[in-house]
Design a protein around this ligand. Structure first.
Ligand code: UD1
Length: 424
């Protein structure tokens, strides 16, 4: 498995182009199942997860053609040739569960393996299943597969999610676009990626109200049509580079992204001593004080602080003056970066779902590895400010979520390279 070696201590200066959002692109791709006409998506990041989802979709009869240069993908499902998303493909990527709703809505049957993906907690799919059941799907769990049938089609319903879930909101919203009658989703997730998906579905002929609020109403249609849509900028990638800029010093400008979508970063980062300004579609970040200060953060559903930036923020706090408390409320076991940061000299104590980070003057380079996407990138950030060399091993997960991260960081002055891991 390949690795990244980083020589720490260089401030980042210059401009980075932000990619399309992985977490918007993947659900959008599964929307292609809902229509027999082509769906064309622009600004789809060139990532392993996109290729993995193409494989899953191909299995179902959805053809895909991705052009890595223009970042455009054309998906087309003239007919559903199979309703089975097999374990070998689904286990590579959790987002495959999002084929379940569209498939049962269009085809009346779906057999989707229970997912694997990042090892962050148990990550159940009960909310997806319950939501589809309320739309009239019959669901059985057989040998690790979710077998959903709705031979007479789905029927609109009032669904109240007992917990806010991004994936369940997306899955059930897509299914409801082809259900008979009206569906209301209460306690729905409000993430910008859901709004992006909803806007694309509207272009496909769906009737949806309340996007971006916790109550989404969908009036079902007999069929949807093809369309063209541009994926929103990746707010997690932008947030990661904002934190990188804050940690390393220098002046970093992130191009073509939305400051509003990273609103939750502004307050904690201002308190930590960082200036962030927005200008049109660009964000500029610069550290205002010589040393960062410790702050407390707690992850919450959008518009709260995202769990997908928790590890990066913790990395920043390791070198701040004073202490900061990081509380994770979305996923259990999402502190896998802690022992690795400690190997680099960080002072972190975990109590249940909270971690107390006492800042140290300097981190020291080390060999580290992580088995979750955001944990891996937090180690890259730590490596950028550590004394000496840091090698981040097993970058498989990192490359599932960050497009050309080595190239992007190199253009703004970071000293890092991607190497083949001979020992693996
Ligand atoms: C999505 C994102 C992921 C991000 C997460 C939170 C994609 C592909 N993934 O994941 O990167 O970290 O949102 O912003 O977009 N839950 C249940 N039952 C369910 C579903 C979820 O109990 O059926 C729980 C989860 O265990 C978790 C919480 O609900 O505690 C939120 O999960 P959810 O929002 O569904 O996350 P994902 O959609 O898996």
């Amino acid at each position: 498995m390949d690795k990244i070696r980083i020589q720490g201590g260089t401030p980042l200066n210059g401009e980075i182009e932000i990619s399309g959002a992985k977490n918007a692109a993947l659900p959008l791709m599964t929307a292609a199942i809902l229509t027999d006409q082509p769906l064309i998506l622009h600004k789809v990041p060139d990532l392993r997860d996109v290729a993995s989802l193409c494989e899953v979709l191909g299995q179902l009869g959805v053809t895909s053609a991705y052009d890595a240069k223009s970042k455009t993908i054309k998906l087309h499902a003239p007919a559903i040739s199979s309703c089975v998303a097999p374990y070998e493909l689904v286990r590579k990527m959790r987002a495959s569960i999002l084929v379940l709703g569209p498939l049962v809505a269009r085809h009346g049957e779906a057999k989707v393996s229970l997912p694997g993906g990042c090892a962050i907690g148990t990550r159940p799919v009960d909310l997806h299943i319950d939501g589809l059941k309320q739309l009239g799907a019959e669901i059985e769990l057989i040998e690790g597969y979710i077998h959903a049938t709705a031979k007479q089609g789905l029927k609109g319903a009032h669904i109240h999610f007992p917990k806010v879930s991004v994936g369940a909101t997306e899955n059930v919203m897509m299914a409801a676009t082809l259900a008979k009658g009206t569906t209301t989703l209460a306690n729905a997730a409000r993430e910008p990626e859901i709004t992006d998906l909803g806007e694309c579905l509207i272009k496909m002929g769906a009737e949806i109200e309340g996007l971006g609020t916790d109550t989404i109403t969908i009036h079902g249609k007999p069929f949807l049509r093809g369309t063209e849509h541009t994926v929103i900028a990746d707010r997690i990638e932008a947030g990661t580079f904002v934190i990188a800029g804050a940690m390393t010093g220098g002046k970093l400008t992130l191009k073509h992204c939305n400051l509003q979508h990273i609103d939750y970063l502004l307050d904690p980062l201002h308190k930590a001593g960082v200036d962030i300004t927005g200008d049109g579609g660009n964000i500029t970040v610069q550290r205002a004080s010589a040393r960062l200060r410790g702050v407390d953060i707690m992850t919450e559903p959008y518009p709260g602080f995202p769990t997908d930036l928790q590890a990066q923020m913790m990395s920043m706090l390791t070198i701040a003056e004073g202490a900061g408390m990081v509380t994770e409320t979305i996923f259990e076991n999402r502190f896998m970066h802690v022992p690795e940061l400690v190997r680099m000299g960080a002072d972190i104590t975990v109590h249940g779902s909270s971690a107390l980070v006492r800042g140290v003057a300097k981190l020291k380079g080390a060999d580290v590895m992580a088995t979750d996407l955001r944990a891996s990138v937090s180690l890259v950030l730590a490596g950028l400010v550590a004394e000496g060399a840091t090698t981040v091993h097993r970058i498989y997960h990192l490359e599932r979520g960050y497009e050309n991260i080595v190239g992007k960081l190199s253009t703004v002055g970071a000293k890092l390279e991607r190497l083949k891991d001979e020992a693996a």
